[in-house]
Design a protein around this ligand. Structure first.
Ligand code: GLU
Length: 432
């Protein structure tokens, strides 16, 4: 998060603008602009050198009118209560826009996971669950992976919860490893979901996807599968990816004349998303500073790293060819960037629509856990495509009907659905 941007203020600002457009009752708006519950706790872990280190953990449950809270847990050194609040809020809108029966939650720990050994990471994961287990569960809050967390971590967390409650409970965490209650297709889901929405946007804008170039920020799970999907499903070229280098503590952009090969790059990236610079260089990649990704000649920008990176500064150097910005990350574009997109008629696919593929497949994972019957990968991805396509068109229709920007239209669809659920449950009538 860049210093001057507070993600929660940004989430509230976006919400307030649409609440006004919707003429939302001020009391109802006040319910929705704050999370319902917030947890902040300390997790002591004995490190392998024998010392004890105390970590700061969070969980925020924004709104569960439509179903159990749902959302990832981030392990990030710059995590704050406000970033978790913002991300939990966006999860409420994400689940509503994807039309899955879940609410919004998010968790985090202030930690750089690459500084811990495998055993220390396991202890930290189990410690998070010991602090939170009474307040999570398949019917009230279901965490998942996010920045810095992995399927293996979800496996440990599910195990800790199952031990504490005394029964195997796979549906308490999603994004679990295959064979350990995970769903086929969950790994690809967020990145492929991004591409399903880009495909629909291109149809709408009459663009020939085979002639398009994408510039991608990030090379974590979302960026990797968005890059593969852009090439395999749309026939386009990926000019570059950029990624954080944990050794040099800065990010770099990797490009190649004929486009990057994400499958090759995946063989030289470590588990924390750092690409091996030497191996990339030896294979003909040009390496530039992190922000170069946004300057590349591309019709499609896919920021799939972290919040706030497309902002008042970086839009100044953004390529003029850009026609679509597909937000693979949560909150990557600031309100200043939105103004720039509106002015220049750049089509925005807002984060909580664009990257809803992950949580949608998490929902499928939970359904499979409940049934104890697992679907083949094609079936998962086909169901995901249907959900993403209909979510995209619900937002596009609203945007055209009300002549509003796509992000505002997505908020309108989501807020309407959440308010309707709160109303139906009697939360807005009688004694609130
Ligand atoms: N962390 C992902 C997100 O931000 C996935 C959440 C989930 O699967 O619950 O959407």
């Amino acid at each position: 998060m860049s210093g001057q941007i507070n993600a929660f203020e940004m989430a509230q600002k976006q919400f307030d603008g649409v609440a006004k457009l919707l003429k939302l009752d001020p009391g109802v708006a006040e319910i929705l602009r704050w999370p319902m519950r917030e947890y902040s706790f300390r997790i002591p872990v004995r490190l392998e050198d024998g010392s004890i280190k105390v970590f700061q953990g969070f969980r925020v449950q924004h709104n569960d009118a439509r179903g159990p809270n749902k959302g990832g847990i981030r392990f990030h050194p710059a995590e704050t209560m406000d970033t978790v609040r913002a991300l939990a809020t966006w999860m409420t809108w994400k689940c509503a826009v994807a039309d899955i029966p879940l609410g919004g939650g998010k968790g985090g720990i202030i930690v750089d996971p690459s500084t811990l050994t495998v055993n220390e990471k396991e202890e930290l994961c189990r410690g998070w669950v010991r602090a939170m287990w009474k307040n999570i569960g398949p019917r009230n809050d279901v965490p998942a992976p996010d920045v810095g967390t992995t399927p293996q971590m979800m496996g440990w967390m599910m195990d800790e919860y199952s031990r504490l409650v005394g029964q195997y409970t796979p549906g308490v965490f999603t994004g679990k490893p295959l064979g350990g209650g995970g769903s086929l297709g969950r790994t690809e889901a967020t990145g492929f979901g991004v591409i399903y929405t880009v495909r629909e946007a291109m149809k709408h804008l009459n663009m020939d996807s085979k002639k398009t170039v994408a510039a991608i920020e990030g090379f974590g799970n979302v960026a990797q599968y968005a890059a593969i999907g852009f090439i395999d499903m749309l026939g386009g070229r990926v000019a570059c990816v950029s990624c954080w280098d944990r050794h040099e503590k800065k990010s770099f952009t990797y490009s190649r004349k004929d486009g990057v090969d994400p499958r090759f790059l995946m063989t030289i990236v470590d588990e924390y998303g750092t690409i091996d610079k030497k191996k990339a260089q030896d294979s003909g990649y040009t390496i530039e500073d992190g922000e170069a990704w946004i300057t590349k000649e591309a019709e499609v920008l896919i920021p799939a790293a972290i919040e706030g990176h497309v902002n008042a500064d970086t839009i100044k150097v953004m390529s003029r060819n850009v026609k679509i910005v597909a937000e693979g990350a949560n909150g990557p574009c600031t309100p200043e960037a939105d103004e720039h997109f509106k002015k220049n008629k750049i089509f925005n696919i807002p984060d909580f629509l664009c990257n809803a593929g992950g949580v949608t497949t998490s929902y499928f994972e939970q359904v499979q856990n409940d049934m104890n019957f697992y679907w083949p990968k094609d079936e998962v991805l086909q169901k995901l495509d249907q959900k993403m396509t209909s979510a995209f068109h619900a937002v596009l229709d609203r945007s055209e009907r009300e002549k509003v920007y796509m992000r505002d239209a997505a908020y309108m669809v989501a807020i309407d659905r959440v308010v309707q659920a709160m109303d139906m449950r009697g939360w807005l009538t009688g004694s609130v």
